[in-house]
Design a binder for this molecule. Structure first.
Ligand SMILES: C[C@H](O)[C@@H](O)[C@@H](O)[C@H](O)C(=O)O
Ligand SMILES: [Mg+2]
Length: 444
């Protein structure tokens, strides 16, 4: 039982100079420092009942707004809705988490949605910690009705009603124990993006792919989209190293217009990619559908999702048959709550979920969601795999465990969000030790 009142939350801006090694580089961000809005630290005061304060954003940090006694267990959706500045079920406007004006930066997208997701991720971490379970296990053990009470079905009932979601979860109860055992023994299959960031030299790419094969990796993702001749050379290099049987995906990070995407992928089809990721703008649902249809004869699927604002975009991508692989992101969507609705919609359309994890801490969080998905929702591993990037895990208290190119289910209680205090201190921007040195060297 989660007991206590969130008396305060503190936010930290932590950044890692990944651009120094071109880690995370892609066709849209050649030099990229990976930063993150860490899930805020929630400070609890013990109380007999659950009470959560709706923090009010002031100039530079969240301080407490009016205390609203919402029990997360008995009314998780109300808690979610209050954070999401929604009406309640009776249509009365709820006091918003954020200043009214901020409501215009949305709804359910952009900075406010990301910040709200961060707060909710922290609350789910707290909930799982207080139950003494890793988040995936908290969700797996949760009664279907309770899971549904965490989901906002607004705007998606034309494709997924609450009753349909309940039926999916009920079906997912069958064989759950065996699937949980399978995860604990074999883990969840992963693919690596860490061998072929766009800024890596051919030598680096060769060395990393060769080592990854030795480490048991069989699925690889390569960055494309900046220069076609470069792409042809690098994709040929990788294909020659990994051989024709291993799985290769490509990621263009929204670089192309629709006709350009089809043309470009026709030139890369000889390397037999399983999917092209983010071939165009993540907002262009019909554009993805056009690309997807055009690539069918080439046997190339479309994957997208890492920058899709919310469940409504995913709904339309599914309705328009605009993707063959759906990539949820643990920090972009409205936390576990909104990811649950997307997992259930993907199951309804029988589209495999292959989560995005190409950012600091994203592997740590999303592994929980996809393990829950296999055990309780999709019950399938066919065409499914979770992204893995081999960067920055040393900064986390509960880093991912990869064995035989698979995510082993976390055993520590919580959502694996906690970063080591020393790492936060050193990488806090701009006054952490790492940034003081770098900024001084740049003459700032
Ligand atoms: C900016 C980031 O590193 C992206 O390149 C990364 O998330 C990438 O799209 C991925 O799929 O991992
Ligand atoms: Mg990507």
């Amino acid at each position: 039982m989660v007991c206590g009142r969130i008396s305060r939350l503190s936010v930290r801006d932590v950044r890692f100079p990944t651009s120094l090694g071109s880690h995370g580089s892609d066709a849209m961000q050649l030099f990229q420092t990976i930063s993150l809005l860490l899930p805020p630290v929630l400070h609890l005061q013990q109380l007999e009942d659950v009470a959560y304060c709706i923090p009010k954003k002031t100039e530079d940090k969240c301080t407490l707004g009016p205390i609203s006694h919402i029990s997360l267990q008995t009314n998780p959706l109300l808690f979610y809705s209050r954070l999401m500045q929604k009406m309640d079920s009776r249509g009365t406007e709820l006091p918003s988490l954020w200043e009214k004006a901020l409501k215009l930066i949305g709804p359910e997208k952009g900075a406010v949605h990301l910040a709200t997701a961060a707060i909710l991720n922290a609350v789910w971490d707290l909930w799982a910690k207080q139950e003494g379970k890793p988040l995936w296990k908290l969700l797996v053990d949760m009664d279907p009705r309770m899971l549904l009470s965490c989901i906002d079905f607004r705007y998606i009932t034309d494709v997924l009603t609450e009753e349909e979601a309940y039926e999916i979860l009920q079906k997912g109860q069958v064989g759950k124990k065996e699937r949980e055992g399978q995860m604990l023994t074999h883990g969840y299959p992963a693919y690596t993006t860490s061998c072929a960031w766009l800024g890596y030299s051919d030598d680096t790419l060769k060395q990393l792919c060769t080592q990854a094969l030795k480490d048991g990796w069989t699925r690889f993702k390569v960055k494309v989209g900046a220069d076609l001749q470069d792409d042809i050379r690098r994709c040929r290099l990788i294909r020659n190293i990994i051989g024709p049987e291993k799985i290769l995906m490509m990621d263009a990070n929204q670089r192309w217009d629709v006709p350009e995407a089809v043309e470009w992928m026709s030139s890369l089809a000889e390397f037999k990619p399983l999917w092209i990721e983010e071939p165009t703008s993540p907002d262009d649902i019909l554009g993805h559908a056009t690309i997807s249809k055009a690539l069918v004869p080439l046997g190339i699927g479309v994957a997208t999702g890492e920058q899709c604002h919310n469940r409504v975009i995913f709904k339309q991508l599914l309705q328009a048959q605009a993707l063959q692989f759906l990539q949820i992101d643990s920090c972009r969507l409205g936390s576990v709550n909104e990811n649950l609705s997307v997992l259930l919609m993907a199951k309804k359309f029988e589209i495999p979920v292959c989560p995005h994890a190409g950012g600091v801490g994203l592997c740590e969080l999303v592994q929980h969601l996809i393990i829950f998905d296999f055990i309780s929702v999709s019950a399938s591993l066919e065409n499914r795999m979770c992204e893995y990037v081999d960067h920055l895990h040393e900064h986390f208290k509960y880093p991912v465990i990869i064995k035989n190119a698979s995510y082993m289910p976390p055993q520590d209680a919580g959502y694996s969000t906690e970063m080591k205090a020393g790492s936060v201190k050193k990488h806090q921007y701009p006054d952490g030790e790492v940034w003081k040195k770098l900024l001084a060297a740049q003459g700032n």
